[in-house]
Design a protein around this ligand. Sequence first.
Ligand code: PHE
Length: 452
Amino acid sequence: MSKENRSNFTGKLGFVLAAAGSAVGLGNIWRFPYLAAKYGGGIFLLVYIVLAVTLGFALMAAEIAIGRKTGLSAIGAFKALDKKYSFLGWLAALIPVIILPYYSVIGGWVMKYLFAFATGNGALAAGDDYFGGFITQTGQPLMWFLLFIGITALIVLLGVEKGVEKVSKIMMPVLVFLSLIIAIYSIFMPGAMDGVLYYILPDFSKFSATTVLAAMGQLFYSMSLAMGIMITYGSYMKKDVNLESSVGQIELFDTGVAFLAGLMIIPAVFVFSGGTPEALGKGPSLMFVTLPKVFETMWGGQIIGVAFFVLVLFAALTSSISLMETVVSIVCDKCKISRNLSCLIVFVASLVLGMLSIFGYGIWSHITIIGLQFLDFFDFISNSVLMPVVAFLTCIFVGYVIKPQPLIDEIELSAKFKRKKVFIFVIKYLAPVCIVLILISSMLDAFGIFKI
Ligand code: PHE
């Protein structure tokens, strides 16, 4: 191999790992399994994979190509390609502002569990009422949230993303390895087979528009799409790095970790709670309620529990850093203020929004918006409303305003674009039609007008 090829490879690995660091996070380990459990198991998995290789692939390739072509982050990039569309960059930039606070609240939950396991209280954490008892308090969740977002802000402030990247190279493979061990253990627990089958075999009678909706929202969230993050990452990508195969690798990494997380958690739900619809539909608490029970029965479970929550915390931090970094750099550029000051502003604003999410489960649990508590509402508005809207407009922008060709040329700078036809078809037809249909049904569903 020539020297040049080697340096290309290193450049690509760095890019893929950085993007995967943003993509792999709580979305994969906490959100994917509870959605898969709730929306029919195997059928959700199948729909998710089909969407990932079509919609996910095309959108990610488009975003990275927009970033690399313009060399700018979201707001500047859309503006540079067409002045009338700079609003799209702004809309995309709004999404991390909404996600960061509640993401950090959940990051705080992870820290709390890590602390419980590290101090020998794993058995306590495996109790049925532990999670509910914890999130309905005020002081405890607030303290852990502050710690999580404080660490995130500190890293962003110190600008040690480079260090994070280096640590990623070790932590990410360890995360995959540990997940594999826990998943294998989970599969072989007595009574787990029903859960494995539920998760792997698609039951087509459970297919519905809601399944597609949930899978699509999850796809955008998990791959950090439709919020300008991949545009920014693309702007750092070298022109000779193979864009198409990088997208394939990020996708594989992201989907692989999500798949393993489901394999750790869903069979365990069958073992400990009998796989009833109520147990499977538990929602956001699923990971926190089920996994401690697995560790409890495992030989060396205390240590595995600590190791596991350290890695989840790490995956969550690399994602929250990328979220905060995006918001800080926008505030910095647009308000023409120093990085430190914009970091402080973002930190304070996130504290206020994050507190809403915390109180929404506790002292303010009587307050709901369209029937949702604050945290769930923020999740809904970003994942089920804003992201599909931004994804739709991005497709229209690429498909009909600037046309796919300039981006195809950008992708072909490094290598032949093998999935070119899929790219064009998805961007111009499949994605816009699917997204609009799903957006309409999600709105009707949310406002209770029509249940699918
Ligand atoms: N993709 C991350 C996850 O799966 C979440 C995230 C979204 C991170 C958007 C950055 C930007 O957890």
